[in-house]
Design a protein around this ligand. Structure first.
Ligand SMILES: *Cc1c(COP(=O)(O)O)cnc(C)c1O
Length: 428
């Protein structure tokens, strides 16, 4: 395509950015510089979200309290650490669609997945199977297979894999329901992604939960790629438990603390078996240092340790940016437009070279598009590196997908246009 036409694409992007009511939020983030010193088109918020400018101050506040108060900081200072995690509960409920008593920020995602399976995967000789999707995120696969083995079963016979149909890339909810019905007598747990990390597919859990619950099967969701990306309604959907991390779309920094959702129908049941620690113990008597564990009758009853305050401070900073933007609803409106714009440009200019694996319906995807790229002169991984040298960050996932996620808080329509223009030059 000629230079003039790309100029028209760029102009259209600039015009869309000018009309974007959330455009000012980009300035709330540190955008890494590309090789030429200008801000990168950072399209990997699905991997590690960017740093909000205020995060340093939020962390500095807690360092100051520690400096000035030492151990007294647990009870003194502007925000005492003892109830610090409570400051996160309410904003988290908005992002995840939960009741305040159903969420807790703690540990990392994989640890939380194990803790949830300790409570919700209690296999018997008859019911010992776990259903997961094909090519689930490796950590989830390892966690699930190791739980099965730890209980003395074998992953070969206890894992049920939900697959796309032949010649298809995506899962169909009705096929998952069929699979649940087929294995209803031996299934103990269905563990599915909110948004699938590889394809970007956003599953609708309604019929799946319905089918599973009708057969007394627990449903867990891994919402690592959904939290902060799409509006979630975990409570309303009656998900039994969910886990997430906060360093992807929740912009809280590398390895930051993750979280758990436990539906209120379970969260209040202090008799549910769990791995216990002192931070899950009833707050009023925690420091009597008694010998008997008495769980808090909410999701907090699954806490093990006192939480890393510096990491929680970074989450608070990020959640405040979400709140100022009006929450997930207006962000989602922009997100649908932004990803739709990227999709439209890809279809118009690269349809011979690029297959979009992600569903075309906005209701079945978040912000990420997963692209299968035919590039005759360049392997896919090199393509990602060439884009990087042009200041455009995407990522490459084996076997053959380039992922790009325009994030409504800090990406622009111009970022999308830059990706498509550069990609089309590279795949010629
Ligand atoms: C990002 C991600 C993880 C990462 O797990 P950690 O325990 O935070 O390292 C796990 N599962 C899924 C589906 C993910 O997307």
């Amino acid at each position: 395509m000629g230079r003039g036409n790309w100029q028209a694409v760029r102009d259209a992007a600039v015009e869309r950015d000018a009309r974007d009511p959330l455009r000012e939020f980009r300035a709330q983030f540190h955008i890494p510089p590309g090789p030429d010193g200008s801000p990168e088109s950072y399209l990997v918020g699905h991997s590690l979200g960017l740093q909000p400018r205020r995060t340093a101050d939020f962390i500095a506040d807690e360092l100051a309290t520690w400096r000035a108060c030492g151990a007294r900081g647990h009870h003194e200072g502007i925000r005492p650490w003892m109830p610090y995690h409570e400051l996160l509960a309410e904003p988290m409920t908005e992002i995840l669609g939960t009741l305040p008593t159903e969420v807790v920020s703690m540990n990392s995602l994989t640890t939380n997945l194990h803790l949830m399976m300790v409570t919700f995967y209690r296999p018997t000789a008859q019911r010992h199977r776990i259903l997961i999707e094909e090519h689930a995120f490796p950590s989830d696969q390892y966690a699930v297979a190791s739980q099965i083995a730890w209980h003395g079963f074998s992953p070969e016979s206890s894992l049920i894999i939900a697959r796309p149909r032949e010649h298809e890339h995506l899962l169909r909810e009705e096929d998952i329901c069929d699979l649940i019905r087929k294995h209803r007598d031996s299934l103990a747990l269905v563990l599915l992604p909110g948004v699938q990390y590889y394809t970007g597919q956003w599953l609708d859990p309604s019929s799946i939960v319905d089918t599973a619950h009708r057969n007394d099967i627990v449903v867990g969701l891994d919402v690592a790629h959904a939290a902060g990306n799409v509006p979630l309604t975990l409570h309303h959907h009656h998900i039994d438990f969910a886990v997430w991390c906060t360093y992807k779309y929740l912009n809280s920094g590398p390895g930051s603390v993750g979280g758990c959702f436990i539906h209120e129908s379970h969260a209040h049941q202090t008799s549910l078996p769990r791995f216990a620690g002192w931070w899950g113990h009833d707050q009023a008597s925690r420091f009597r240092m008694g010998d008997t564990f008495q769980p808090i009758p909410t999701a907090e009853g699954w806490q093990l340790s006192n939480p890393p305050i510096l990491s929680l401070a970074a989450i608070r900073a990020s959640l405040e940016v979400f709140r100022e933007a009006g929450g997930i609803t207006p962000l989602r409106v922009k997100s649908v437009a932004l990803t739709g714009f990227l999709e439209q440009l890809l279809l118009e200019h690269l349809s011979e070279r690029v297959t979009i694996l992600t569903p075309s319906s906005p209701d079945a995807r978040g912000c990420q598009l997963s692209l299968e790229v035919q590039s005759p002169h360049m392997p896919g991984r090199q393509l990602q590196q060439e884009l990087q040298s042009l200041g455009i960050m995407t990522d490459w996932r084996e076997p053959n997908v380039l992922r790009a996620a325009p994030v409504p808080l800090y990406n622009s329509f111009e970022d999308c246009a830059r990706l498509v223009e550069s990609l089309s030059t590279l795949v010629q």
